[in-house]
Design a protein around this ligand. Structure first.
Ligand SMILES: [Zn+2]
Length: 470
């Protein structure tokens, strides 16, 4: 079977073939770290995680890069001269933009771990790649794709006839669609800033055009090519990135290098919350942290965000979340049951019902990551497993199929990734032992309670305490 993916540029499903056999290089537009990511953002990040996991399960060696935008992403109503989102947050929180970036990057990493991401190998930060951006802008100027006005540089859209091919926006649509504010400095209202000048901006770098800062779009073309090469396999993002961001990335990357930029463009659709738009004022706006605080397990959030196909609009509801938690419980119980039934046996030739579930799962995943079809495969295995009551090698085959499915879903193992690591638990257990030895019972109980909150059970014995994860 071959993986087939929907390429936004060709507007159809096409067989996936990497540039280099056996290897896949992919890039995802990461967060702008000025606030906590909401679950709509997370859906698009998780789509990339599922894609990467399926490629790895299929035997590819994957290099995944996700950038961190920490400068230059201006408010959408005026992308050339509006307020920088980082600076706005800095003013609101009485911090500097670097502190804002550090704070929300850390929170983002925490969310990724809680949602059990396979972390991208590289998270380049825009502020650490200014020289690469300047170099790309210089190439664009040299090739006639960009022009300097005072201390600023603009991309000359007219010089790149393919502009608009990804989004389908053409001519006048493009102007109206971009909601561009027309600045006199621009030769064409479609042109966009590559390097900006604003003496009041808090983050500034020297450049051949004076002190200033980069535009948001140039960040991603410069950083993706830096780590993945001039041409790479897959660029993913949310559908809201298609225009103008990804359209601009293509114009920059291909304008500067004269080589194709990306072989497959894949975009996740947006998310609805309880059937409507996410809205802070209506209370329908969640971050991962909000949901965890409400008592939901992060893996249930993960499961709900990935269980429908990425090109379908997803309706996220709290009922759906409870259902997702129920599904995970059923799968974990099934896993435990199979483990017991296998009783240490090695998997044999899979019985027909296991082979059929695997076939369904694989065919669905290969069909443009059809997760709802893949989930049918998973629950076929579960239902047939209950019917057949396998033992020994058959149970072991079913168990290995289930675990292979979970390479993609990533919800089965009890919380190890987001919970405390062994060393952390050991340290607390030792601390409690010391408190007990000193007959400081309040302190010892306090530590025991804290461990319990972390999902750790203590087994007190004569030779000290052992522990296990609940
Ligand atoms: Zn980007």
């Amino acid at each position: 079977m071959t993986l087939v993916v929907h390429d936004t540029l060709q507007r159809r499903k096409v067989p996936f073939e990497p540039l280099e056999p056996g290897k896949v290089r992919m890039y995802h537009c990461g967060p702008t770290v000025y606030s906590p990511a909401h679950i709509g953002n997370m859906r698009s990040f998780l789509f990339a995680d599922v894609l990467r996991r399926w490629l790895e399960t299929s035997g590819y060696e994957v290099t995944q890069v996700m950038n961190i935008t920490d400068v230059g992403h201006l408010r959408d109503d005026d992308p050339d001269h509006g307020a920088d989102k980082m600076e706005q947050a800095a003013r609101a929180e009485k911090l500097d933009p670097w502190q804002i970036a550090a704070k929300y990057t850390e929170l983002f990493m925490h969310d990724l771990r809680a949602l059990r991401f396979r972390l991208p190998q590289c998270f380049p930060r825009a502020t650490e790649h200014i020289p690469q951006m300047i170099a790309q802008i210089e190439r664009l100027i040299a090739k006639g794709h960009a022009y300097v006005v005072g201390h600023e540089v603009y991309y000359a859209v007219e010089s790149f006839p393919r502009y608009g091919a990804l989004s389908g926006n053409q001519g006048d649509d493009l102007i109206a669609g971009a909601r561009v504010a027309v600045h006199e400095a621009k030769r064409d209202p479609r042109d966009f800033a590559l390097w900006k000048h604003d003496p009041a901006h808090l983050m500034q770098w020297d450049s051949p055009w004076g002190r200033g800062f980069p535009g948001w779009h140039i960040e991603c073309s410069a950083m993706s090519q830096q780590y993945l090469g001039t041409t790479f396999d897959i660029h993913t993002g949310g559908e809201d990135n298609i225009f103008p961001h990804h359209e601009c990335e293509i114009a920059q990357a291909e304008g500067a290098s004269d080589a194709p930029f990306v072989r497959y463009w894949m975009h996740a659709r947006h998310l609805k919350l309880e059937g409507g738009k996410m809205s802070k004022s209506a209370g329908t706006f969640y971050t991962v942290g909000d949901l965890v605080e409400m008592g939901h397990a992060p893996e249930a959030v993960r499961f709900l965000l990935i269980r429908s196909q990425y090109r379908q609009v997803l309706n996220f509801t709290l009922d759906g979340l409870a259902e997702a938690a129920g599904s995970i419980r059923r799968l974990r119980l099934f896993e435990a049951e199979l483990l017991e039934r296998a009783d240490g046996a090695a998997p044999g030739e899979p019985p027909a019902w296991v082979a059929e579930a695997v076939r369904r799962f694989d065919a669905s995943m290969d069909d443009d990551l059809n997760m709802s079809g893949a989930l049918d495969g998973v629950f076929t295995l579960l239902n047939e497993g209950h019917r057949h009551q396998p033992k020994g090698a058959d149970a072991a085959s079913a168990l290995s199929a289930l675990r292979r499915f979970d390479e993609v879903f990533g919800v089965l193992p009890l919380d190890a990734s987001s919970g405390p690591d062994d060393a952390e638990v050991d340290a607390l257990v030792n601390e409690r032992e010391a408190a007990r030895a000193a007959k400081n019972w309040t302190q010892a109980d306090r530590i025991r309670d804290r461990l319990q909150e972390m999902g750790i059970e203590l087994l007190d014995g004569r030779s000290g305490s052992r522990w296990r994860r609940l």
